[in-house]
Design a protein. Sequence first.
Length: 263
Amino acid sequence: MAANREWTERHNSRGHVETCCEGKHVRLLEQKEDPYLDNHYLTKNNIPSYPNVLFRVSKVCHVTGERGLRCIFHDGGFRITHHGNLLWWSLSVTKDDIAVAEKRFLKGLFPNVQASNQQPFLEKFTTSPAFQSESRYGNFRFTFRLRKLLSLYARQFCDGSAPVFRVLDTKIYKKEIMYSVLVHPRYIKYYSQYPRLPRRYNRVCGYFQGKMSWRCQAPSKSHGHSLDEEESTVHAKRLNELKDYQHKVDGDVFYLLSKKQKS
């Protein structure tokens, strides 16, 4: 319930105002019903129909600028230089991930139907920055398989044991929602107040067998299409006018914790 959620407004390290709820991943519908939140994007009506899709992503990326690139090459790896003790990574959603998510969505919508004339439609909706190769954080992208990255992290910082995944927070910006996941060595108890990340797929974010699951609730930067259902098929219907109807969800992100963090 909303009464159990505490929202804090603050400026982040880049100077942007963010409204943060720590220790919870708050769904978009819950945000709209929360009386403590005041944002006109959350309360807009007449939003075109769009798909609520589950992605299971096996790759993550770290984006940086030219200065960060030089430091990475100089150090022979990734080193935390600011933003506390956290190294920022985000999901790298591929075209294959989108295609698989589309099939999963259709299977849930029409479980007993094998549509032979179904045309791809999900790429018409996945227009938020979470799905783009370009990034406002820099022009250089390092992409790894999540399973490999976690293996290297465990070897270097976790004494070989599997790291712990926790629900860090939900952050709301002017036209963006961000879900954060914290990854840290098992011996560190400093973040024990944050709940463990679920393995179930019915939550906003989860982790299971080398893949991050992310239930995307608003995949579009601006709504140029609406989702139409017709005779056991769906298609993206082009709208006459392009509008920002609500928040876009800029992916779920996760952070790797430095070994130097207090325990």
